[in-house]
Design a protein around this ligand. Structure first.
Ligand code: CUA
Length: 333
């Protein structure tokens, strides 16, 4: 148990977050130094105020005429000592800042994408997570971060690091955890209604634990991944069944039969969905104009499969063809 834990324990609540990174160990002494310095300066000012107030109070019995306007030595001392202290604090802080902004070579790269109101994390090996961050202990981690919408701020109090996450730009943050465990993540920049709920956990694992986690880590199911893409790619704006939407609603579409522009009747099976996503203007549902962009060069095969899994999850026939005949009439009018 270090001094910090002892203090938290004594107070019976956490006055300070746990200190679990190499940077925390270096920045905490500076923080304590500044706090103690401020306390001493404040006490000094109030003590001087009291003592001098009493000593030089109005008193007709005491001679008050002879006072000098300048005391050069005293003035020099009260200027020089703070000057030395402030320069020392500046140098100390600047050194730490230089370290803060420069990740060591060979740091483990992890991508973080912020959006209202979640933190999406992608590991090099392809494992993704939301609002959680898993990292190995005793290994420098470098986060490359960007935002999909507004300003956010990735804050890991236990690591003593914090960095704005900005749309249209990459920002970076690095730290090296020194203790395994689970610690909070916060968004430290007001970003909308659910800003205060934009939290998560950083889990520091042993190197073996991290490798294990990567191998069996929670991967998104195809439906979840598809739903995510559906929102991320903007499909949701035209195809979620809103009034006057520019595209048909997709609930119950899979396996149904529908009329196309030109009069052709089409069974909406997997192949039709793939075609509609990749080359949307080939066959357009009757009553709509071909406004949707073609996604042929923008989506991977995985993306398309996930999108289709999501569309299937919205209802419709189990398997196209056989069930198409019994499927409910197309709902896209
Ligand atoms: Cu994101 Cu506040």
């Amino acid at each position: 148990m270090n001094q910090l834990d002892k203090l938290n324990d004594f107070l019976n609540f956490d006055l300070f977050p746990p200190s679990v990174s190499t940077f925390a160990e270096k920045v905490d002494p500076l923080f304590y130094f500044l706090t103690i310095l401020s306390v001493i300066a404040t006490l000094g000012v109030f003590m001087a105020l009291g003592i001098l107030g009493v000593k030089f109070r109005r008193n007709p019995d005491k001679p008050r005429e002879s006072h000098s306007l300048h005391a050069p030595m005293l003035e020099f001392i009260w200027t020089f000592i703070p000057f030395v202290i402030f320069i020392a604090v500046f140098v100390w802080g600047a050194k730490l800042f230089a370290e803060y902004v420069r990740a060591p070579e060979g740091a483990l790269q992890i991508d973080v994408i912020a959006k209202q109101w979640m933190w999406k994390v992608q590991h090099k090996e392809g494992v993704r997570e939301v609002n959680d961050l898993h990292v190995p202990v005793n290994q420098p981690i470098r986060l490359t971060m960007t935002s999909q919408d507004v300003l956010h701020d990735y804050y890991l109090p236990a690591m003593r690091v914090k960095q704005d996450v900005i749309p249209g730009r990459f920002t970076y943050l690095w730290f090296e955890a020194t203790k395994t465990g689970t610690y909070p993540i916060f968004c430290a920049e007001y970003c909308g209604t659910e800003h205060s709920l934009m939290t998560g956990h950083v889990t520091v694992l042993t190197p073996e634990g991290y490798a294990e986690w990567l191998a069996g880590g929670p991967k998104k199911s195809p439906v979840e991944a598809g739903e995510f893409l559906f929102t991320q790619r903007g499909c949701v704006t035209c195809q979620s069944g809103m009034k006057d939407a520019r595209g048909p609603k997709l609930d119950g579409v899979f396996g149904s039969t529908g009329k196309m522009v030109g009069g052709e009747e089409v069974v909406k099976d997997d192949n039709y969905l793939v075609e509609s996503i990749l080359y949307s203007s080939k066959r357009v549902v009757d009553g709509y104009t071909p406004l949707m962009p073609a996604f042929a060069n923008q989506l991977t095969v995985d993306d398309v499969n996930n999108l289709i899994a999501y569309i299937k999850s919205l209802g419709g026939a189990e398997t196209a063809g056989t069930a198409a005949a019994t499927a409910a009439p197309a709902t896209e009018q």
